[in-house]
Design a protein around this ligand. Structure first.
Ligand code: PHE
Length: 453
């Protein structure tokens, strides 16, 4: 396992190690911060329903497709596509992924930096005493509009990510995820149980779980699909890159299934904490906004004996979960530069990390830190373009590439190298060749209308 090659590219120790790392990439702010925000802005339960369908019918399909390309070629996205279809414009998928990775990393790290700020706030007693929604609102607004503070935290977070990625994939990620994910899972279950037993919780539960079909619209479908890709780390080659480190004897289908399932479970549980707590604090489900999690979680901690400790634990775990995701975001451009351009890992990580930081600054200043960025909502626009559209376009191209260019036969041969059962093969092929690409095209065509309407 050791030797120069491994140090340069890294490799997973085992199948479990791969699943842990891929789960670490998938589970992050996308589940706990972005998912409830999207639910709140897009009609509540009906969004949840469309989201689950999008994950099961399209997300899983793309997940398996990406892992298959990755393991077959053992390369980063650009190299992988070039390996299958040399000197073709399909390489664009890889480049799009590299750019998307840098851009998502930049604004994602802004929110990831906030988690550090909230660890400090909790530790220094900002949430002791009575915690009302007015108080959490005030703390959030003051905190996120302080320009130097948010830029410093952004810098710190990207710095940590860069350090770990420069040390190589295997050592960096496995270690983290192994400890982090099980504790996060237990804590979230515990908090969900508490939230469900708060007075008034039922209004929140209804908003979250009882679909109002009159709220179903193209916009809801667009955002649900985008959220599925975002949360599962799909559409930009993350899973191609991570799949490139999986061994030939591993079962790709069950790996893809496991990652998809656990990611979705965490997101759904996060909603079960947020919406009952919102109702408890007397607010409607659709208050929305990117600050939702930061305003709502302190309220639930104030309703638990020893809440101070739980709050510290929660924000630390959220920070850690965000870190295993930013690592995977940075890993895509770094793997490209190391494999294709023969840069050293350290140089690649440092340069890309710095670039993301610079791009992240306007995003960090979009919450009152600087008027112009706040007014144009730089953060929101960036998230929409890269966190939604760009991932959807990437996922579409990956489906078409695997379904028609590389060919389903070849992909299936690769899938069979590690397992001999693939019961849902016909479904996967149908989704890969028809359902997923058509659904994405349909949604992209209507995008202009949706967004302006
Ligand atoms: N899936 C991660 C999350 O939910 C974010 C991410 C998106 C990571 C795309 C890698 C690629 O937090």
């Amino acid at each position: 396992m050791d030797g120069q090659e491994t140090i340069k590219r890294g490799a997973w120790g085992s199948k479990t190690a791969f699943i842990l790392a891929a789960t670490g990439s998938a589970i992050g702010l996308g589940n706990i911060w972005r998912f409830p925000t999207m639910v709140s802005q897009n009609g509540g339960a009906v969004f949840v329903l469309v989201y689950i369908l999008a994950v099961a019918l399209i997300g899983f399909t793309v997940m398996l497709a990406e892992l298959t390309i990755g393991r077959h070629t053992q390369k980063n996205p650009v190299g992988a596509i070039g390996h299958i279809k040399p000197r073709s414009p399909w390489k664009f998928i890889g480049y799009l992924g590299v750019i998307t990775g840098v851009c998502i990393l930049s604004y994602y790290s802004v929110v990831a930096g906030w988690t550090i700020g909230y660890i400090v706030k909790t530790a220094t007693g900002a949430f002791s005493g009575e915690v009302t929604s007015q108080l959490t609102e005030k703390i959030y607004t003051e905190f996120t509009s302080n320009p130097l503070q948010v830029i410093f935290l952004l810098f710190l977070f990207i710095g940590m990510t860069t350090y770990i990625v420069s040390k190589g994939v295997k050592k960096g990620i496995e270690r983290w995820t192994k400890v982090l994910m099980p504790i996060l899972f237990l804590l979230i279950i515990f908090l969900a149980v508490r939230a469900l037993t708060l007075p008034g919780a039922s209004t929140g539960i209804a908003y979250y779980l009882k679909p109002d079909f009159s709220k179903l619209s193209g916009t809801v479908i667009l955002f649900a699909l985008g959220q599925a890709f975002f949360s599962l780390s799909l559409g930009m080659g993350t899973m191609i890159t991570y799949g490139s480190y999986i061994s030939k004897s591993d079962n790709l289908v069950s790996s893809a299934g496991w990652v998809t399932f656990s990611d979705t479970l965490i997101a759904l549980l996060a909603g079960l904490i947020i919406f009952p707590t919102l109702a408890f604090s007397g607010q409607p489900g659709d208050v929305g906004g990117f600050g939702l999690v930061f305003k709502i979680f302190p309220i639930i901690f104030s309703q638990i004996p020893g809440g101070y400790i739980f709050a510290l634990l929660f924000f630390s775990l959220l920070c850690g979960a965000a870190l295993t995701s930013t690592i995977s975001l940075l890993e895509v451009p770094v793997a490209y530069l190391v494999d294709e351009r023969e840069w050293s890992r350290k140089k690649a990580a440092l340069i890309v990390g710095f670039l993301s930081f610079v791009i992240g600054v306007p995003a960090a200043l979009s919450f009152g830190g600087m008027k112009i960025f706040t007014r144009i909502d730089f953060f929101g626009k960036f998230d929409f373009i890269f966190g939604n559209i760009s991932l959807a376009v990437g996922a579409l191209l990956i489906c078409v590439f695997v379904g028609y260019v590389w060919g389903v036969k070849n992909a299936i041969k690769e899938i069979f190298s590690g397992n001999h059962k693939f019961k849902i093969k016909p479904l996967w092929v149908f989704s890969l060749k028809f359902l997923s690409p058509l659904a994405i095209i349909f949604i992209l065509i209507f995008i202009k209308k949706l967004v302006s309407g």
